[in-house]
Design a protein around this ligand. Sequence first.
Ligand code: SAM
Length: 342
Amino acid sequence: MPDSSQHCRTCPSLVDPFGRHVTYLRVSVTDRCDFRCTYCMAEEMTFLPRRDLLSLEELDRLCGVFIGMGVKKLRITGGEPLVRRNIMWLIERLGRHLETGALDELALTTNASQLARHAAALHAAGVRRVNVSLDTLDPVKFTAITRRGRLDRVLAGINAAIAAGLVVKINTVALRGINDDEFDDLLRFAGTRGCDLTLIETMPMGEIDADRSAHYLPLGVVRADLARRWTLEETDYRSGGPARYVRVKETGRRLGFITPLSHNFCESCNRVRLTCTGTLFMCLGQDDSADLRTPLRAGADDDALRAAIEAAVARKPRGHDFVIDRDRRAPATARHMSVTGG
Ligand code: SAM
């Protein structure tokens, strides 16, 4: 079979109606997760039937088409990507695009529960950066937030990743009344391991059992508070994502802020998101999508898939309009973050 990633070297890259080049694809490889974080999922979740999921071969094919259209960065996410059976097969397959130079970066977002046993293989496949979600360093609180996770496993995963040579970034969702007393500890934790830390505002995605607005914490408040104890130096460093970074003088590491609610970051958005069912979302916070599974399973050739992707990117909206307030109880999108991938 021809290699789709090689096809389009001379074609124009994917550009949306606002002139933004789409060079970053996030791929959610499963909607399943071994955790049930309270702000992310309901306790009882109905997961997709397996036949709806793209096979690993189908995911590989679609990723190849995107890479052929100018995608340079690919992030594997979920659900929890490392709970998908044989996920290393896909990651190793995608690693070949790093070898050819078609892809600049293959990254992973994980809760790290399974990271200890996969860290060395991830590095061998060409993965160099891993984002690990960690909202607390308190083992009891950890199990309460995740409803079932074990902190010691996650810490072992982080240590194994660092030992394997992976650059680990810690992502923490800032939750009023839950972990807002821990940001100093998390900064120290990340700093002593040579990791950057990014704080994220909670986003209104998918029904959960609780009221998200009760725990919403604008990061401007957090930053002002941290600045009383830490020297936060301005930097123009950008990771290619939505975070704005400062350098923490005392640790020498960066601290990022992802503020979709208090400060919209859409003007520089370079990404689209593919779900495990082959649905392409052009914006994390909007519902418009394109079904790539139907043409894929109907035997579409690469030209037809490219046409479907181009048509979708031509509809990429200017931005999302997340709002969290107590009067508007419904989430901005019906789907959970675990469907689209964080
Ligand atoms: N299982 C992987 C993990 O834990 O990183 C990848 C998927 S998870 C959905 C990706 C990220 O989204 C996690 O950092 C999680 O904390 C975050 N997340 C989930 N729901 C969120 C929400 N409603 N608002 C903000 N972040 C959320």
